[in-house]
Design a protein around this ligand. Structure first.
Ligand code: 13P
Length: 280
C-alpha cells in the first residue's frame, strides 16, 4: 500500500470526506493551512495547471508549501495535489517537484487513451496518490468552459480494471464553477460505482452544492470533495468591500488580507459539513 493511501482509507471507513481547496497564491495557502490546522483537518491543496503557471511553477509551489508547513508548525496531513492535469508531462514534472497527489485528467480523450495516459502517470509517479476522471465533469475552470458527460458503470469497469488508481472522479452531474439551475447529482450511480468497485470517490465542483447533497455524496462513497469557486467568491466580496471602504489604503498586504477572515470562515464551514474536523 502507498504511504498516503491510509488517509483516504480512513475517510472511507469513518464516513467523512477530506476537503480539497484550490490555492492561488501564498496568502490563500497560508490561510487554508492555518484554518485546517486550527480544526485539525487533513487537507488536499489543489493546484490547477493555470494556478501553477500563475504562481511560477511546480518547484515554487512545493517550496512554498513545505516552507509554510515548517514555519507555521503545521501538523495535519497535507497533500499537495495537481488538479486536472490534461497531459502526462506536467504530471511527471509536478511529481519530480514533490507533489504526492496527482490527478491525470484525460477525460477529454477516448476511454482507451484515458487508460493509456493514466497508466503512464501511475507508473512514473509511484509514490503519489493518483486520481483520474471518466465521463466529463464540465462547467468552468481556469476560465475554460466545457460540456458535461455522465460516467457509466461499464466505462468505470473498463477503466478501473485497466488502471491502478487510488481515487476515482466519475462525472455524475456536478460541475465546476457556478451551477446554472438546481444541481442534479446521480447519487444512485455514485453508490453503485462505490459498492461495485470499492474505490474512494472524489466529488468535483463542490461549490454551490447544498449541505444535504454533500452529505449524501459522502454516504455514497465520496472521500474527497473539491472546492474552489466558493472560496473565490468569499474572498472577492470581502476584498471589494474593503477597497471600496478604504480608498486611501494601498499596502497590498492590507488589501489581500482583507479577504482572510471570510476565506477562513468558508474553509471552516466546509470542514464542518465534510466531518473532517479532528481527523488530521
Ligand atoms: P468548484 O470551483 O466548483 O468548487 O470546483 C472545484 C474543483 O472541482 C476543482 O477540481
Amino acid at each position: 500500500m502507498k504511504l498516503y493511501s491510509a488517509m483516504l482509507l480512513k475517510a472511507q471507513n469513518e464516513h467523512y470526506a477530506i476537503p480539497h481547496f484550490n490555492i492561488n497564491n501564498l496568502e490563500w495557502t497560508k490561510y487554508i493551512l492555518e484554518e485546517c490546522e486550527a480544526n485539525k483537518s487533513p487537507v488536499f491543496l489543489g493546484v490547477s495547471l493555470g494556478a501553477a503557471k500563475y504562481m511560477g511553477g511546480f518547484d515554487v509551489i512545493a517550496g512554498m508549501v513545505n516552507g509554510l508547513i515548517k514555519d507555521l508548525n503545521i501538523t495535519i496531513p497535507v497533500m499537495l495535489h495537481l488538479d486536472h492535469a490534461n497531459n502526462v508531462e506536467d504530471c511527471k514534472k509536478a511529481y519530480d517537484a514533490g507533489f504526492r497527489s496527482i490527478m491525470i485528467d484525460a477525460s477529454r480523450y477516448s476511454l482507451e487513451e484515458n487508460i493509456k495516459m493514466t497508466k503512464e502517470v501511475s507508473e512514473y509517479c509511484k509514490d503519489a496518490l493518483i486520481e483520474a476522471e471518466t465521463g466529463h465533469i464540465g462547467g468552468t475552470e481556469d476560465n475554460l468552459t466545457s460540456e458535461v458527460y455522465y460516467t457509466t458503470i461499464e466505462d468505470s469497469r473498463v477503466f478501473l480494471n485497466n488502471t491502478n488508481i487510488d481515487m476515482y472522479a466519475p462525472a455524475l452531474g456536478s460541475v465546476h464553477g457556478i451551477y446554472k439551475g438546481e444541481p442534479k447529482i446521480n447519487t444512485q450511480r455514485m453508490q453503485e460505482i462505490s459498492t461495485t468497485f470499492n474505490i474512494p470517490l472524489v466529488l468535483h465542483g463542490g461549490s454551490g452544492l447544498p449541505e444535504n447533497i454533500l452529505k449524501e455524496c459522502i454516504k455514497n462513497g465520496v472521500c474527497k470533495i473539491n472546492f474552489n469557486t466558493e472560496l473565490q467568491l468569499a474572498w472577492n466580496k470581502s476584498v471589494r468591500d474593503f477597497i471600496n471602504n478604504n480608498i486611501a489604503v494601498y499596502d497590498p498586504r492590507k488589501i489581500i488580507s482583507s479577504g482572510e477572515e471570510s476565506l477562513k470562515k468558508q474553509v471552516k464551514t466546509y470542514i464542518g459539513i465534510l466531518g473532517s474536523k479532528n481527523k488530521g
